[in-house]
Design a protein around this ligand. Structure first.
Ligand code: ACM
Length: 692
């Protein structure tokens, strides 16, 4: 990945502004061109449709200059599969008479103003030219070309009797952000090498360029490390799938019946090389110092107690033992060899500091190093690792909490629960992945009864529209620091995702929306237009055998909200009149969706009252806040009584981001005395006869 220089970025943005007006006119024209012409995702920066069409035929040739041979071969291979035409390939610089009926890929005379990932695509009636400075640019031009063709072009088998025609068009295109990513958690659920490749293929279709591989977490260590074989012989396996999932929903079992799996170093090399061909950088994540149960089960001597951790969130490397650092450095030496990525993700999130508080060695370290508290010990841990990683020519990136106790000198921050403003305005690079916009493990609709995979999901609702309307650059960030926002990525956490089919369902089309957020001009975003294009895009995904959630506008209603005035530090009821909403017997799904404030709300239970008498209750504990969990409630509503008054009552108290002991990275608010939470309450009643 090659981030644009400041000058390049500002030139592109000026360019973009000049084109905004023309662009809005062209969008209208685009829609008038018919569905195929208007279905490119992400939307190009400049597009001008022209009269006429180009038709692929048995005789269409592919010509490329020497630099572009690999990309041309890739295109020829893709086109051959579905069309069954030969697409004879010729190595030929453009010269003399304009060749006919051919597709040309060239770096010659490329417009350097379009940046290192930009391209120009011209489709005329007898020639198609893709031009770019780099092979990444040509690759993206190729993706756009494929999207101008009928969706059957993505078929993996020959499709007969197709009219392989595309509209004449002139496109100039470049990405808005240099980091356009997706994170996949392969620790909670192990995805095979083939499954990861399929996800990479689909990312490439949308011009995404960064795959963040969450290889290590409490529930499984997935990368072979030669020096520490127990990481995978022990740490890659668990006795059952857990998370209350159906064990039959997954195939990730070893021959001895244990749940899990891992990638050999040869597997990793293969996947990295595969991604490189798709112009995707793989950023590996090796979690530290927390989320380390799997590693510490294999090597318990690295924990503070010397015992394997048993309880959730106690898997933390001992910061008082030099052996912890030596171990992680050894691991990283092997990781550096496998991944050319300039970034190494070191996790850093949700580090429960209880073990460190009790450990003599950690306390002694704090004394020697002059560290005031465990947050500073965490900063010491990260800085010490950063020094090692920097010395090997790599940059660290870590989750929001690496801000605690002071940010390491050259670190980049991945903002999931805040910290981007602070980090960017100190000159650190930032990747945006806020839970409320980018966590694809959240439900896609408050109507979770209608969701096919509704066992449980982390947190809240993240609708397609909410992803689409995400703006990675906060209005609060001063213009001179905006260049530090590298982009954004979707995160697929797999606690409740036991197989690829469900992972794809959670990812698509939300990733398509995020692709547009990170690639296209901000001014060009238009959700109605996007959902039109998505109809064709869904057909592409169908051809590719990718499972996706079909988009349909929400029917779920909002019954009210909560505001700071209603929230107390101790549990107290809040009520909403739902008389008009209780109109049939059925299952009702209620969702508490946090919108803003430093705190969230802890929910003890939710009940429905009929003329003041409770008639049903869901009594699981939930939290609606920046890192939500269990904020959905399901009530089994009996046949309503005519004329009765119905009230929804929730027992709530102020709760902080730090309810799990993790704390707001900017400001520790572990005490529940902040009552400034705001949010919306959604209600969806499925009458018995209409339940899926
Ligand atoms: C995270 O979701 N714990 C980064």
């Amino acid at each position: 990945m090659a981030p644009l220089s400041v000058a390049e970025q500002s030139r592109l943005e000026n360019n973009m502004k000049n084109w905004t007006l023309l662009f809005s006119l062209l969008t209208v024209q685009t829609l008038a061109e018919g569905p195929v012409a208007s279905s490119i995702i992400p939307l190009p920066q400049k597009i001008e449709f022209r009269a006429g069409t180009f038709k692929l035929s048995q005789k269409t040739k592919i010509l490329a200059d020497l630099n572009s041979t690999n990309t041309a071969e890739l295109l020829a291979g893709l086109l051959r599969k579905s069309t069954s035409y030969p697409f004879v390939f010729r190595l030929q610089p453009f010269s003399g008479a304009t060749p006919k009926n051919c597709i040309v890929l060239t770096t010659r005379d490329a417009n350097t103003n379009l940046g290192l990932e930009g391209y120009e695509l011209t489709v005329a009636t007898n020639i198609i030219v893709i031009r770019g400075q780099t092979q990444a640019g040509l690759f993206y031009g190729m993706q756009t070309l494929l999207q101008l063709l009928p969706p059957e072009i993505f078929s993996t088998n020959g499709v007969m009797k197709m009219n392989w025609q595309l509209p004449c068009v002139r496109i100039e295109d470049w990405p808005r952000f240099p980091w356009r990513g997706l994170m996949l958690d392969v620790s909670r659920h192990f995805f095979t090498k083939a499954e990861v490749k399929k996800i990479l293929d689909t990312m490439a279709l949308y011009k995404l360029n960064t795959f963040h591989w969450h290889l290590v977490d409490d529930h499984g260590w997935r990368i072979e490390i030669n020096k520490y074989p127990k990481l995978t012989s022990v740490g890659a396996w668990r006795s059952d799938i857990g998370f209350k999932l159906n064990p039959k929903a997954s195939t990730a079992y070893g021959s001895d019946g244990r749940y899990g799996g891992f990638y050999t170093q040869a597997d990793i090399r293969e996947v990295v090389a595969y991604a490189q061909k798709l112009h995707i950088t793989i950023v590996p994540e090796i979690e530290m110092p927390g989320h380390s149960i799997a590693a510490l089960t294999a090597y318990p001597e690295l924990s503070c107690s010397g015992q394997a951790p048993v309880a959730h969130r106690t898997g933390v490397y001992c910061a008082g033992k030099d052996a912890s650092f030596e171990f992680l450095q050894d691991v990283l030496l092997e990781v550096f060899e496998l991944f050319p990525s300039p970034y190494i993700h070191i996790g850093g999130d949700e580090v429960a500091k209880g073990n460190w508080k009790k450990s003599d060695l950690c306390q002694a370290r704090m004394k020697v190093e002059g560290l005031k508290n465990e947050e500073e010990l965490q900063a010491y841990f990260i800085r010490r690792m950063e020094k090692f990683i920097n010395a090997h020519g790599k940059t660290i990136i870590g989750w929001s909490e690496i801000l605690q106790g002071g940010l390491a000198q050259n670190a980049a921050v991945m903002d999931w629960i805040g910290g981007s403003l602070e980090a960017a305005s100190q000159g650190h690079d930032v990747v945006m992945t806020p839970t409320a916009r980018c966590y694809f493990s959240f439900y896609q609709s408050p109507d979770l009864i209608a969701e096919p995979f509704n066992t449980f999901s982390w947190g809240d609702v993240l609708s397609l529209e909410k992803v689409y309307s995400f703006e990675p650059i906060s209005a609060k960030l001063a213009p001179e620091f905006q260049k530090h926002i590298l982009g954004a990525q979707g995160c697929v956490w797999s606690e409740f995702i036991p197989n690829l089919k469900e992972a794809e369902y959670m990812t698509f089309p939300r990733l398509c929306a995020l692709a547009e957020v990170t690639w296209s001009a901000r001014e060009s975003r238009n959700f109605a237009d996007f959902t039109q294009r998505l109809k064709i895009d869904n057909q592409r995904l169908r051809q590719l055998g990718v499972n996706f959630r079909p988009y349909h506008p929400e029917t779920t209603g909002q019954i009210g909200c909560w505001t700071p005035a209603q929230i107390k530090t101790n549990a107290a009821p809040i009520e909403w009149d739902v008389t008009n909403n209780v109109n049939a017997a059925g299952k009702c799904c209620i969702n508490f969706s946090y919108t803003e404030g430093h705190s969230g709300i802890e929910i003890a239970w939710v009940a429905l009252l009929e003329d003041g008498q409770e008639i049903c209750r869901d009594a699981h504990p939930g939290f609606a806040g920046i890192d939500p969990g269990g904020s959905f409630y399901i009530l089994n509503i009996p046949t309503p009584k005519p004329g009765a008054r119905y009230t929804l009552r929730a027992q709530v108290a102020a709760g902080t981001f730090g309810r799990r002991g993790i704390g707001n990275p900017i400001k520790q608010t572990d005490s529940a005395d902040v009552t400034d939470s705001n949010g919306i309450v959604f209600w969806d009643l499925k009458p018995i006869s209409k339940q899926p």
